[in-house]
Design a binder for this molecule. Structure first.
Ligand code: PAF
Length: 279
């Protein structure tokens, strides 16, 4: 595997490649990331991964400085997966001058759910993703459904800018007890780790209620938030939305059987976890 940090070198290395499959990451790779690499391999060749902890998508009080950086272990994992190039730019490589041009997702998608609790987050994500796409020029790029809203925002961006990159969605990779794998799980204490699968259990409970015909979404959400809070979590939201646009479903949408997804974000101790489940 070639490890490349400069944009020019990356372009030289990938010149003429028309079927590149790309997986952008922020490192601290776990089985979930590796499953994205395997899916990428099914959709293209060569597979290119990136590791870049993108300052633009962290708020001033978020964990940019303490975000886990495990470069050597990551390299070994990617090598085992047969990744052809790891693009690992420094901040100077990717942002040699202040990144003043940014891509701002529309408010009705970028400022809801995660965007409401992490202002500017999605602008940071779309800006770096567009820039990484411009460097790698992939034919396909793989994003996990664990970051459901991110996946939708990136997909819409690719469509609206007519990017030549197809966005492939990968199923969420879960531990045996249901917890969605995330780099931030490493922040959990042993006791918190034992409690963490409760989030997914609750999403399943909400989904089961909806499937059973319970139509008062607000009541279901309120009840789920209260349950989580009673166990010591600090929920930001548990919200049932339409899969098509992540807006709340109207009575008409529910009557017509619009496909739904329930999304959640909550803090356990100081660790903020997100998860979702398609209903
Ligand atoms: O999901 C992530 O790890 C990041 O948001 C991404 C897509 C690599 C952009 O920095």
């Amino acid at each position: 595997m070639k490890i490349i940090s400069s944009i020019d070198e990356l372009r030289d290395q990938l010149r003429g490649q028309l079927r590149t499959a790309f997986v952008p990451t922020m490192g601290n790779l776990h089985e979930g990331h590796l499953s994205l690499m395997r899916l990428a391999r099914k959709h293209g060749d060569p597979v290119v991964a990136s590791i870049f902890v993108n300052r633009l998508q962290f708020g001033p009080n978020e964990d940019f400085d303490k975000y886990p950086r495990t470069f050597q272990a990551d390299v070994e994992k990617l090598e085992k997966e047969g990744v052809y190039v790891l693009f690992a730019p420094t901040e100077k490589d990717l942002y040699p001058e202040p990144q003043e041009y940014r891509v701002r997702p529309p408010d009705d998608l970028g400022n809801i759910l995660e965007g409401e609790f992490r202002p500017g987050f999605f602008t940071g994500v779309t800006t770096v993703v567009l820039k990484l796409f411009s460097c790698v020029q992939p034919r396909v790029a793989v994003f996990g459904k664990k970051d459901y809203q991110q996946l939708m925002i990136v997909r819409n961006m690719a469509r609206q800018f007519a990017l030549p990159t197809e966005i492939i969605a990968a199923e969420t990779y879960r531990a045996d007890d249901g917890l969605a794998l995330s780099s931030r799980n490493g922040y959990l204490s042993e006791q918190e780790r034992a409690e963490a699968p409760e989030l997914y259990r609750l999403l399943n409970e909400v989904a089961a209620e909806v499937r059973a015909g319970h139509l008062d979404m607000f009541e279901l959400e309120r009840h789920a938030v209260a349950k989580l809070a009673a166990r010591g979590w600090k929920p930001d939201y548990i919200s049932i939305r339409k899969r098509a646009d992540l807006q709340p479903p109207s009575a008409g949408d529910l009557a017509q059987g619009a496909p739904l997804v329930v999304l959640a974000a909550a803090k356990l101790g100081t660790t903020r976890l997100i998860d979702n489940l398609e209903i």
